[in-house]
Design a protein around this ligand. Structure first.
Ligand SMILES: *Cc1c(COP(=O)(O)O)cnc(C)c1O
Length: 441
Protein backbone atom coordinates (compact mmCIF):
# COMPACT_ATOMS: atom_id res chain seq x y z
CA UNK A 1 0.00 0.00 0.00
CA UNK A 2 1.47 3.36 -0.93
CA UNK A 3 1.98 6.13 1.59
CA UNK A 4 -0.84 8.28 0.26
CA UNK A 5 -3.29 5.48 1.07
CA UNK A 6 -1.74 4.71 4.43
CA UNK A 7 -2.08 8.35 5.35
CA UNK A 8 -5.66 8.35 4.16
CA UNK A 9 -6.61 5.33 6.24
CA UNK A 10 -4.93 6.44 9.43
CA UNK A 11 -5.79 10.12 9.32
CA UNK A 12 -9.43 9.84 8.29
CA UNK A 13 -11.46 8.03 10.98
CA UNK A 14 -14.31 7.21 8.60
CA UNK A 15 -11.96 5.61 6.11
CA UNK A 16 -10.17 3.74 8.89
CA UNK A 17 -13.47 2.30 10.00
CA UNK A 18 -14.61 1.13 6.55
CA UNK A 19 -11.16 -0.31 5.85
CA UNK A 20 -11.86 -2.80 8.67
CA UNK A 21 -14.91 -4.05 6.81
CA UNK A 22 -17.17 -3.28 9.78
CA UNK A 23 -20.71 -1.97 9.60
CA UNK A 24 -20.78 1.76 10.06
CA UNK A 25 -22.61 5.02 9.55
CA UNK A 26 -20.73 7.90 7.96
CA UNK A 27 -22.32 11.32 8.25
CA UNK A 28 -21.46 13.76 5.50
CA UNK A 29 -19.68 16.75 7.10
CA UNK A 30 -20.02 18.86 3.94
CA UNK A 31 -23.83 18.81 3.74
CA UNK A 32 -25.33 22.30 3.50
CA UNK A 33 -28.80 23.81 3.74
CA UNK A 34 -30.34 23.27 0.31
CA UNK A 35 -31.32 26.90 -0.28
CA UNK A 36 -27.69 27.97 0.04
CA UNK A 37 -26.50 25.69 -2.73
CA UNK A 38 -29.48 25.31 -5.06
CA UNK A 39 -28.09 27.83 -7.53
CA UNK A 40 -24.56 26.46 -7.62
CA UNK A 41 -25.57 22.94 -8.62
CA UNK A 42 -24.39 21.99 -12.08
CA UNK A 43 -27.66 20.19 -12.86
CA UNK A 44 -30.96 22.06 -12.67
CA UNK A 45 -34.59 21.35 -11.99
CA UNK A 46 -35.34 22.31 -15.61
CA UNK A 47 -33.21 19.40 -16.76
CA UNK A 48 -35.31 17.03 -14.67
CA UNK A 49 -38.46 18.51 -16.23
CA UNK A 50 -36.97 18.02 -19.67
CA UNK A 51 -36.27 14.35 -18.91
CA UNK A 52 -39.76 13.87 -17.55
CA UNK A 53 -41.31 15.37 -20.71
CA UNK A 54 -39.16 13.14 -22.89
CA UNK A 55 -40.48 10.08 -21.04
CA UNK A 56 -44.01 11.39 -21.64
CA UNK A 57 -43.32 11.71 -25.38
CA UNK A 58 -42.14 8.11 -25.46
CA UNK A 59 -45.10 6.77 -23.47
CA UNK A 60 -47.16 5.77 -26.56
CA UNK A 61 -44.14 3.89 -27.93
CA UNK A 62 -43.51 2.10 -24.62
CA UNK A 63 -47.16 1.17 -24.36
CA UNK A 64 -47.08 -0.31 -27.87
CA UNK A 65 -43.77 -2.17 -27.46
CA UNK A 66 -44.38 -3.37 -23.88
CA UNK A 67 -48.07 -4.28 -23.36
CA UNK A 68 -47.41 -4.76 -19.63
CA UNK A 69 -47.32 -0.93 -19.41
CA UNK A 70 -50.82 -0.49 -20.90
CA UNK A 71 -52.37 0.01 -17.51
CA UNK A 72 -50.04 2.95 -16.76
CA UNK A 73 -50.36 4.39 -20.31
CA UNK A 74 -46.74 3.65 -21.13
CA UNK A 75 -45.35 5.32 -18.02
CA UNK A 76 -42.76 3.13 -16.27
CA UNK A 77 -43.53 3.54 -12.58
CA UNK A 78 -43.68 1.45 -9.40
CA UNK A 79 -46.02 1.28 -6.39
CA UNK A 80 -45.39 3.02 -3.08
CA UNK A 81 -46.67 0.86 -0.27
CA UNK A 82 -46.91 1.19 3.50
CA UNK A 83 -45.29 -1.81 5.21
CA UNK A 84 -46.66 -1.62 8.73
CA UNK A 85 -46.09 -5.32 9.46
CA UNK A 86 -42.43 -5.10 8.48
CA UNK A 87 -42.07 -2.10 10.77
CA UNK A 88 -43.57 -4.11 13.64
CA UNK A 89 -41.36 -7.11 12.92
CA UNK A 90 -38.16 -5.05 12.78
CA UNK A 91 -39.06 -3.11 15.93
CA UNK A 92 -39.61 -6.31 17.88
CA UNK A 93 -36.65 -8.20 16.47
CA UNK A 94 -34.19 -5.39 17.22
CA UNK A 95 -35.96 -4.00 20.28
CA UNK A 96 -35.97 -0.48 18.91
CA UNK A 97 -38.71 1.96 18.24
CA UNK A 98 -39.03 3.00 14.61
CA UNK A 99 -40.96 6.23 15.03
CA UNK A 100 -43.26 7.36 12.22
CA UNK A 101 -44.40 5.45 9.14
CA UNK A 102 -42.45 2.99 7.03
CA UNK A 103 -43.05 2.81 3.27
CA UNK A 104 -41.53 0.67 0.53
CA UNK A 105 -40.84 2.23 -2.87
CA UNK A 106 -41.18 -0.84 -5.03
CA UNK A 107 -38.84 -0.26 -7.95
CA UNK A 108 -38.42 -4.00 -7.59
CA UNK A 109 -41.67 -4.11 -9.59
CA UNK A 110 -40.81 -1.55 -12.26
CA UNK A 111 -42.03 -2.84 -15.63
CA UNK A 112 -39.63 -4.12 -18.33
CA UNK A 113 -36.45 -4.47 -16.24
CA UNK A 114 -37.70 -5.26 -12.70
CA UNK A 115 -35.20 -2.91 -11.08
CA UNK A 116 -34.36 0.74 -10.54
CA UNK A 117 -32.32 0.50 -13.75
CA UNK A 118 -35.61 0.73 -15.65
CA UNK A 119 -35.41 4.44 -14.81
CA UNK A 120 -31.89 5.49 -15.80
CA UNK A 121 -31.01 2.76 -18.27
CA UNK A 122 -34.17 2.95 -20.30
CA UNK A 123 -34.19 6.75 -20.24
CA UNK A 124 -30.68 6.87 -21.66
CA UNK A 125 -31.60 4.55 -24.55
CA UNK A 126 -34.69 6.64 -25.30
CA UNK A 127 -32.70 9.86 -25.16
CA UNK A 128 -30.27 8.51 -27.75
CA UNK A 129 -33.11 7.10 -29.83
CA UNK A 130 -34.90 10.43 -30.00
CA UNK A 131 -31.73 12.18 -31.05
CA UNK A 132 -31.07 9.70 -33.87
CA UNK A 133 -34.69 9.69 -35.00
CA UNK A 134 -34.97 13.50 -35.09
CA UNK A 135 -31.61 13.99 -36.81
CA UNK A 136 -32.49 11.48 -39.49
CA UNK A 137 -36.03 12.70 -40.09
CA UNK A 138 -37.63 9.49 -38.81
CA UNK A 139 -39.96 11.53 -36.59
CA UNK A 140 -40.56 15.13 -35.58
CA UNK A 141 -41.13 16.20 -31.99
CA UNK A 142 -44.84 16.64 -32.74
CA UNK A 143 -45.33 13.12 -34.08
CA UNK A 144 -46.74 10.29 -32.03
CA UNK A 145 -43.64 8.31 -31.05
CA UNK A 146 -45.64 5.07 -31.31
CA UNK A 147 -44.53 5.26 -34.93
CA UNK A 148 -41.00 4.25 -33.86
CA UNK A 149 -41.99 0.61 -33.52
CA UNK A 150 -41.92 0.48 -37.32
CA UNK A 151 -38.28 1.50 -37.71
CA UNK A 152 -36.29 -1.47 -36.45
CA UNK A 153 -34.33 -1.58 -39.71
CA UNK A 154 -33.16 1.98 -39.25
CA UNK A 155 -32.01 1.41 -35.67
CA UNK A 156 -30.32 -1.84 -36.62
CA UNK A 157 -27.61 0.19 -38.33
CA UNK A 158 -26.57 1.40 -34.89
CA UNK A 159 -24.91 -0.44 -32.01
CA UNK A 160 -25.12 0.07 -28.25
CA UNK A 161 -22.61 -1.21 -25.71
CA UNK A 162 -22.84 -1.18 -21.92
CA UNK A 163 -20.86 -2.59 -18.97
CA UNK A 164 -22.90 -4.01 -16.10
CA UNK A 165 -23.04 -6.18 -12.99
CA UNK A 166 -26.40 -7.44 -14.27
CA UNK A 167 -29.38 -5.14 -13.89
CA UNK A 168 -28.19 -2.24 -16.00
CA UNK A 169 -27.43 -4.74 -18.75
CA UNK A 170 -30.96 -6.12 -18.46
CA UNK A 171 -32.56 -2.72 -18.75
CA UNK A 172 -30.38 -1.34 -21.57
CA UNK A 173 -30.28 -4.70 -23.34
CA UNK A 174 -34.02 -5.33 -23.41
CA UNK A 175 -34.97 -1.78 -24.42
CA UNK A 176 -32.27 -1.53 -27.08
CA UNK A 177 -33.09 -4.90 -28.60
CA UNK A 178 -36.80 -4.10 -28.79
CA UNK A 179 -36.09 -0.79 -30.54
CA UNK A 180 -33.91 -2.65 -33.03
CA UNK A 181 -30.32 -1.81 -32.08
CA UNK A 182 -27.44 -4.26 -32.22
CA UNK A 183 -26.68 -4.39 -28.51
CA UNK A 184 -23.76 -5.84 -26.58
CA UNK A 185 -23.74 -6.16 -22.79
CA UNK A 186 -20.38 -6.56 -21.06
CA UNK A 187 -21.06 -8.48 -17.86
CA UNK A 188 -18.77 -8.42 -14.82
CA UNK A 189 -18.10 -11.55 -12.75
CA UNK A 190 -21.11 -10.90 -10.43
CA UNK A 191 -23.73 -11.15 -13.16
CA UNK A 192 -26.22 -13.94 -12.58
CA UNK A 193 -26.66 -16.64 -15.22
CA UNK A 194 -30.40 -16.07 -15.56
CA UNK A 195 -29.81 -12.42 -16.48
CA UNK A 196 -27.45 -13.46 -19.26
CA UNK A 197 -29.91 -16.10 -20.46
CA UNK A 198 -32.75 -13.63 -20.48
CA UNK A 199 -30.78 -11.12 -22.51
CA UNK A 200 -29.71 -13.74 -25.03
CA UNK A 201 -33.37 -14.68 -25.49
CA UNK A 202 -33.87 -11.09 -26.76
CA UNK A 203 -30.98 -11.52 -29.20
CA UNK A 204 -28.58 -9.45 -27.09
CA UNK A 205 -24.86 -10.19 -27.45
CA UNK A 206 -23.58 -10.93 -23.93
CA UNK A 207 -19.83 -10.95 -23.25
CA UNK A 208 -18.72 -12.32 -19.88
CA UNK A 209 -15.65 -11.20 -17.93
CA UNK A 210 -13.82 -12.61 -14.92
CA UNK A 211 -13.12 -9.08 -13.76
CA UNK A 212 -15.17 -6.54 -11.82
CA UNK A 213 -17.52 -3.81 -13.01
CA UNK A 214 -14.77 -1.26 -13.68
CA UNK A 215 -13.05 -3.83 -15.88
CA UNK A 216 -16.25 -4.69 -17.79
CA UNK A 217 -16.85 -0.98 -18.44
CA UNK A 218 -13.28 -0.54 -19.66
CA UNK A 219 -13.50 -3.49 -22.06
CA UNK A 220 -16.94 -2.46 -23.26
CA UNK A 221 -15.83 1.06 -24.05
CA UNK A 222 -12.79 -0.20 -25.93
CA UNK A 223 -14.90 -2.47 -28.13
CA UNK A 224 -17.53 0.20 -28.67
CA UNK A 225 -14.84 2.65 -29.78
CA UNK A 226 -13.84 0.35 -32.67
CA UNK A 227 -17.32 0.80 -34.23
CA UNK A 228 -18.17 4.28 -35.58
CA UNK A 229 -21.89 3.44 -35.44
CA UNK A 230 -21.72 2.50 -31.76
CA UNK A 231 -22.87 4.34 -28.65
CA UNK A 232 -21.40 3.48 -25.25
CA UNK A 233 -23.60 3.86 -22.19
CA UNK A 234 -21.27 5.12 -19.50
CA UNK A 235 -22.71 4.21 -16.11
CA UNK A 236 -19.83 5.97 -14.34
CA UNK A 237 -20.28 9.39 -15.94
CA UNK A 238 -23.63 9.59 -17.70
CA UNK A 239 -25.71 12.66 -17.03
CA UNK A 240 -28.59 11.10 -18.99
CA UNK A 241 -28.77 8.06 -16.74
CA UNK A 242 -28.72 10.44 -13.79
CA UNK A 243 -31.63 12.48 -15.17
CA UNK A 244 -33.67 9.36 -15.78
CA UNK A 245 -33.28 8.43 -12.13
CA UNK A 246 -34.05 11.97 -10.97
CA UNK A 247 -37.54 11.83 -12.51
CA UNK A 248 -38.46 9.32 -9.79
CA UNK A 249 -38.77 12.22 -7.34
CA UNK A 250 -41.71 14.04 -8.92
CA UNK A 251 -43.48 10.70 -9.34
CA UNK A 252 -42.94 9.96 -5.65
CA UNK A 253 -44.22 13.40 -4.72
CA UNK A 254 -47.49 12.62 -6.52
CA UNK A 255 -47.78 9.21 -4.86
CA UNK A 256 -47.28 10.70 -1.42
CA UNK A 257 -49.99 13.26 -2.16
CA UNK A 258 -52.34 10.49 -3.26
CA UNK A 259 -51.73 8.76 0.07
CA UNK A 260 -52.43 12.05 1.89
CA UNK A 261 -48.91 12.10 3.26
CA UNK A 262 -47.49 15.57 3.81
CA UNK A 263 -43.78 16.33 3.85
CA UNK A 264 -42.87 19.69 5.39
CA UNK A 265 -40.95 21.29 8.28
CA UNK A 266 -43.04 19.31 10.76
CA UNK A 267 -43.03 16.04 8.79
CA UNK A 268 -39.53 14.97 7.75
CA UNK A 269 -38.87 12.38 5.05
CA UNK A 270 -36.03 9.84 5.37
CA UNK A 271 -35.01 7.88 2.29
CA UNK A 272 -32.64 4.88 2.30
CA UNK A 273 -31.11 3.96 -1.05
CA UNK A 274 -28.90 0.97 -1.93
CA UNK A 275 -25.82 2.28 -3.76
CA UNK A 276 -23.46 0.79 -6.34
CA UNK A 277 -21.68 3.20 -8.67
CA UNK A 278 -23.97 5.93 -7.35
CA UNK A 279 -26.09 6.90 -10.36
CA UNK A 280 -29.44 5.54 -9.21
CA UNK A 281 -29.37 6.68 -5.58
CA UNK A 282 -27.63 9.91 -6.60
CA UNK A 283 -30.17 10.81 -9.27
CA UNK A 284 -33.09 10.03 -6.98
CA UNK A 285 -31.54 12.06 -4.16
CA UNK A 286 -30.95 14.95 -6.50
CA UNK A 287 -34.56 14.95 -7.63
CA UNK A 288 -35.86 14.66 -4.06
CA UNK A 289 -33.76 17.58 -2.80
CA UNK A 290 -35.15 19.79 -5.55
CA UNK A 291 -38.68 19.00 -4.37
CA UNK A 292 -38.41 18.62 -0.61
CA UNK A 293 -35.22 20.58 0.14
CA UNK A 294 -34.07 20.23 3.75
CA UNK A 295 -37.20 18.27 4.69
CA UNK A 296 -35.79 15.19 3.00
CA UNK A 297 -32.82 13.29 4.44
CA UNK A 298 -31.18 10.90 1.98
CA UNK A 299 -28.87 8.09 3.05
CA UNK A 300 -27.12 5.55 0.82
CA UNK A 301 -26.41 1.98 1.91
CA UNK A 302 -23.43 -0.05 0.67
CA UNK A 303 -21.97 -3.51 1.42
CA UNK A 304 -19.22 -3.59 4.06
CA UNK A 305 -16.88 -5.14 1.48
CA UNK A 306 -17.67 -2.60 -1.21
CA UNK A 307 -18.34 0.87 0.25
CA UNK A 308 -17.04 2.76 -2.77
CA UNK A 309 -19.22 5.89 -2.57
CA UNK A 310 -18.56 6.27 1.15
CA UNK A 311 -14.84 5.97 0.52
CA UNK A 312 -14.88 8.37 -2.43
CA UNK A 313 -16.87 11.01 -0.57
CA UNK A 314 -15.21 10.71 2.85
CA UNK A 315 -11.74 10.93 1.32
CA UNK A 316 -12.88 13.47 -1.30
CA UNK A 317 -10.86 11.38 -3.77
CA UNK A 318 -13.99 10.12 -5.60
CA UNK A 319 -12.95 7.93 -8.55
CA UNK A 320 -9.27 8.32 -7.64
CA UNK A 321 -9.69 5.68 -4.95
CA UNK A 322 -11.15 2.17 -4.95
CA UNK A 323 -12.17 -0.21 -2.18
CA UNK A 324 -9.26 -2.46 -3.20
CA UNK A 325 -6.87 0.37 -2.36
CA UNK A 326 -7.87 0.16 1.31
CA UNK A 327 -7.59 -3.62 1.44
CA UNK A 328 -11.21 -4.65 0.88
CA UNK A 329 -12.18 -7.44 -1.50
CA UNK A 330 -15.08 -5.70 -3.24
CA UNK A 331 -16.80 -9.09 -3.26
CA UNK A 332 -20.40 -9.11 -2.08
CA UNK A 333 -23.65 -11.05 -2.41
CA UNK A 334 -25.26 -7.72 -3.28
CA UNK A 335 -24.44 -8.08 -6.98
CA UNK A 336 -26.20 -4.81 -7.85
CA UNK A 337 -23.94 -2.91 -5.47
CA UNK A 338 -20.66 -4.60 -6.40
CA UNK A 339 -18.87 -1.53 -7.70
CA UNK A 340 -15.39 -0.93 -6.29
CA UNK A 341 -14.83 2.55 -7.70
CA UNK A 342 -17.53 5.22 -7.43
CA UNK A 343 -18.78 7.70 -10.00
CA UNK A 344 -17.02 11.04 -9.69
CA UNK A 345 -19.90 12.84 -11.35
CA UNK A 346 -22.28 11.58 -8.68
CA UNK A 347 -19.87 11.98 -5.76
CA UNK A 348 -19.32 15.64 -6.61
CA UNK A 349 -23.04 16.29 -7.09
CA UNK A 350 -23.82 14.65 -3.74
CA UNK A 351 -21.11 16.56 -1.89
CA UNK A 352 -23.46 19.06 -0.20
CA UNK A 353 -26.74 17.13 -0.50
CA UNK A 354 -26.25 13.67 0.94
CA UNK A 355 -26.87 13.09 4.64
CA UNK A 356 -24.69 10.02 4.98
CA UNK A 357 -23.87 6.44 4.05
CA UNK A 358 -24.50 3.21 5.98
CA UNK A 359 -22.71 -0.06 5.36
CA UNK A 360 -24.27 -3.49 5.83
CA UNK A 361 -22.90 -7.02 6.24
CA UNK A 362 -23.97 -9.44 3.53
CA UNK A 363 -25.64 -11.95 5.85
CA UNK A 364 -28.17 -9.33 6.93
CA UNK A 365 -29.43 -8.89 3.37
CA UNK A 366 -30.90 -12.40 3.51
CA UNK A 367 -32.37 -11.82 6.96
CA UNK A 368 -34.18 -8.73 5.71
CA UNK A 369 -35.26 -10.63 2.59
CA UNK A 370 -36.93 -13.28 4.77
CA UNK A 371 -38.36 -10.65 7.14
CA UNK A 372 -40.06 -8.80 4.30
CA UNK A 373 -41.40 -12.01 2.80
CA UNK A 374 -42.72 -13.17 6.14
CA UNK A 375 -44.29 -9.89 7.25
CA UNK A 376 -45.60 -8.51 3.96
CA UNK A 377 -45.39 -11.33 1.41
CA UNK A 378 -43.13 -9.17 -0.75
CA UNK A 379 -40.01 -10.45 -2.49
CA UNK A 380 -37.09 -8.15 -3.29
CA UNK A 381 -33.53 -9.12 -4.27
CA UNK A 382 -30.63 -9.13 -1.78
CA UNK A 383 -29.09 -5.87 -3.06
CA UNK A 384 -32.39 -4.07 -2.52
CA UNK A 385 -32.63 -5.35 1.06
CA UNK A 386 -29.69 -3.11 1.98
CA UNK A 387 -32.23 -0.29 2.34
CA UNK A 388 -33.51 -1.74 5.63
CA UNK A 389 -30.16 -1.14 7.27
CA UNK A 390 -30.98 2.55 6.97
CA UNK A 391 -34.40 2.09 8.53
CA UNK A 392 -32.77 0.72 11.68
CA UNK A 393 -29.60 2.70 11.43
CA UNK A 394 -30.48 6.10 12.81
CA UNK A 395 -31.60 4.47 16.05
CA UNK A 396 -28.78 1.93 16.05
CA UNK A 397 -25.89 4.40 15.94
CA UNK A 398 -24.95 7.18 18.32
CA UNK A 399 -24.09 9.23 15.24
CA UNK A 400 -27.54 8.49 13.89
CA UNK A 401 -29.18 9.87 17.00
CA UNK A 402 -26.82 12.83 16.93
CA UNK A 403 -27.94 13.52 13.37
CA UNK A 404 -31.54 13.61 14.51
CA UNK A 405 -30.72 15.97 17.36
CA UNK A 406 -28.42 18.26 15.40
CA UNK A 407 -31.09 18.69 12.75
CA UNK A 408 -33.67 19.47 15.44
CA UNK A 409 -35.76 16.47 14.47
CA UNK A 410 -36.11 14.79 17.87
CA UNK A 411 -39.60 16.15 18.53
CA UNK A 412 -40.68 15.43 14.97
CA UNK A 413 -39.75 11.78 14.65
CA UNK A 414 -43.27 10.57 15.40
CA UNK A 415 -44.33 12.43 12.24
CA UNK A 416 -41.46 11.03 10.18
CA UNK A 417 -41.91 9.07 6.98
CA UNK A 418 -39.23 6.48 6.20
CA UNK A 419 -38.91 5.12 2.69
CA UNK A 420 -36.86 2.00 2.01
CA UNK A 421 -36.09 2.11 -1.72
CA UNK A 422 -36.48 -1.47 -2.98
CA UNK A 423 -34.25 -1.36 -6.04
CA UNK A 424 -34.89 -4.73 -7.66
CA UNK A 425 -36.49 -8.14 -7.63
CA UNK A 426 -39.46 -8.80 -9.92
CA UNK A 427 -37.57 -10.65 -12.63
CA UNK A 428 -35.68 -13.02 -10.30
CA UNK A 429 -36.77 -16.58 -11.28
CA UNK A 430 -38.48 -18.72 -8.64
CA UNK A 431 -35.54 -21.12 -8.36
CA UNK A 432 -33.21 -18.27 -7.34
CA UNK A 433 -35.86 -16.87 -4.99
CA UNK A 434 -36.00 -20.22 -3.25
CA UNK A 435 -32.22 -20.27 -2.93
CA UNK A 436 -32.16 -16.76 -1.45
CA UNK A 437 -34.78 -17.75 1.11
CA UNK A 438 -32.49 -20.59 2.25
CA UNK A 439 -29.24 -18.62 2.29
CA UNK A 440 -27.61 -18.13 5.71
CA UNK A 441 -24.12 -16.67 5.78
C1 LIG B 1 -27.78 -0.84 -9.79
C2 LIG B 1 -28.48 -1.17 -8.57
C3 LIG B 1 -28.41 -0.36 -7.44
C4 LIG B 1 -27.54 0.88 -7.32
O1 LIG B 1 -27.48 1.72 -8.45
P1 LIG B 1 -26.12 2.43 -8.82
O2 LIG B 1 -26.49 3.38 -9.90
O3 LIG B 1 -25.16 1.38 -9.29
O4 LIG B 1 -25.61 3.08 -7.59
C5 LIG B 1 -29.11 -0.75 -6.33
N1 LIG B 1 -29.86 -1.87 -6.31
C6 LIG B 1 -29.96 -2.67 -7.38
C7 LIG B 1 -30.82 -3.89 -7.30
C8 LIG B 1 -29.27 -2.35 -8.55
O5 LIG B 1 -29.36 -3.15 -9.60
Amino acid sequence: MDTRLQKLIFENPAVFKVSKGEETLWLNPLKEPFELIRDELSVTKEQIRDASERLDRFAPFIEEAFPETKESDGIIESPLREIENMKELLSQKFSIEIAGRLLLKMDSDLPIAGSVKARGGIYEVLHYTEKLALENGIITEDDNYRELVNHKDFFNKYAIHVGSTGNLGLSIGIMSAVIGYRVTVHMSREAKQWKKDKLRSYGVNVIEYDGDFTEAVHQGRALSDTDPMSYFVDDENSINLFMGYAVAAERLERQLEEMDITIDEEHPLFVYLPCGVGGAPGGITFGLKHIFGDNVHCFFVEPTNCPSMLLGMASELHNDVSVYDIGLSGITHADGLAVGRPSKLVGKLMEKLLSGVFTIDDYRLYDFLRDLDKSEGIFIEPSACAAFKGVLGLEEYLDGRAYVEDNELTELMDNAVHIAWATGGALVPSKERGEFMETYL
